[in-house]
Design a protein around this ligand. Structure first.
Ligand SMILES: Nc1ncnc2c1ncn2[C@@H]1O[C@H](COP(=O)(O)OP(=O)(O)OP(=O)(O)O)[C@@H](O)[C@H]1O
Ligand SMILES: [Mg+2]
Length: 323
């Protein structure tokens, strides 16, 4: 049974179509990343799954029940984006408050609060008021809050926002630890390098529609491009390989071979073998998740917020009104 499943999920805020039919599926024990530009619909999707926002159409199930069901909510942790906890609380009293909401007995709370705050690295400051916390410390407290009741699935909206590099690594390790314990992590982040390191699968939302979904390995594979290196002193038979229909480009001491449609790399390897050449390096070329993302956004049709024309109009608008 999938932990999260949406089918043709739609959300309209008045005339704004925030989600235009999104179908995703997240399996237990996965770290699943949701990517997309500002306004793509990521937070809307999370809020529907949590039952904070009502869908317009389609279906959204969490742990096999319709999203928003009370019994399901108890098994879910949530770190909202831009959370603001009441600043008069201390770290300890905030956790105590959430512990009560989760129905945790007093003795349990007393024992578990310092443990949990230790995990996120702010135990030493737990008796200080939140107003004295740095941005990263508030974020760490938010993560502690989201994990306090040991939920089966946790939604983290920009968990490393404002957190220093060491803290980010700790949060990544924390997510891995959750996964190892069979928990499911639904992550929303603009830090693609981080997503690439930690996520098993990702979905890319583009203006309310699902543009891509797959494993990080699948999305970053550059289909049909290989880098080949031979033993020192051997020359790559570029002309012969080109005659087989492949395109060959020297890159440093190696060559980059692009496959014609529908062809594999094996005929090239067969040829090298037949010529008595020794293969020393063979790697399918990769691109980063950021490369994939930026290329996708650049390929989008007009109407994207990044387009200069749109920005120029917005800048010009207030001036026009003043006249
Ligand atoms: N309560 C609301 N009322 C009206 N429109 C909304 C509301 N909430 C979100 N929207 C609109 O829905 C679209 C998707 O917003 P959403 O917050 O889901 O984006 P996002 O992908 O989380 O963006 P970001 O990366 O900036 O956090 C945007 O056009 C936004 O303006
Ligand atoms: Mg958002």
């Amino acid at each position: 049974m999938p932990v999260i499943e949406t089918r043709d999920l739609r959300k309209h805020y008045g005339p704004v179509k925030a989600l235009k039919g999104v179908s995703i599926r997240v399996e237990p024990g996965e770290i699943y990343g949701l990517l997309g530009q500002n306004g793509a619909g990521k937070t809307t999707l999370i809020k529907i799954l949590l039952g904070i926002v009502h869908k317009t159409d389609g279906s959204a199930d969490l742990l096999g029940r319709p999203a928003g069901t009370v019994a399901v909510r108890q098994q879910v942790g949530y770190l909202p984006e831009d959370h603001r906890f009441p600043e008069y609380h201390t770290g300890y009293s905030l956790m105590d408050f959430y512990g009560q909401l989760y129905g945790m007995p007093r003795a349990d709370r007393r024992r578990k609060i310092p443990e949990m705050l230790e995990v996120v690295g702010i135990k030493a400051r737990m008796d200080y008021r939140i107003r004295t916390y740095s941005k990263g410390m508030k974020q760490r407290l938010g993560i502690a809050q989201s994990l306090f009741h040991d939920p089966a699935v946790v939604f983290l909206d920009e968990p490393t926002d404002g957190v220093d590099p060491v803290g980010r690594r700790e949060i990544r390790d924390l997510m891995q630890g959750l996964k190892e314990r069979g928990k499911t992590v639904f992550l929303n982040s603009h830090l693609l390098g981080e997503v690439e390191q930690v996520c098993d699968r990702v979905a890319i939302l583009q203006r309310g529609s699902l543009a891509r979904q797959g494993t990080v390995a699948d999305l970053t594979r550059q289909a049909g491009r290989f880098v080949i290196g031979l033993a020192p002193g051997q020359e790559f038979p570029s002309d012969e390989v080109a005659r087989l229909g492949y395109s060959v480009e020297p890159v440093g001491g190696r060559v980059e071979v692009t496959l014609p449609d529908g062809q594999g790399i094996d005929p090239v390897l067969g040829l090298l073998h037949a010529r008595g050449l020794n293969l020393r390096h063979l790697v399918e070329k990769k691109q980063t998740l950021e490369d994939v993302f930026v290329a996708m956004v650049d390929a989008a049709d007009p109407g994207t917020d990044r387009r200069p024309g749109r920005r120029a109009r917005e800048v010009g608008a207030p001036a026009a009104r003043r006249k």
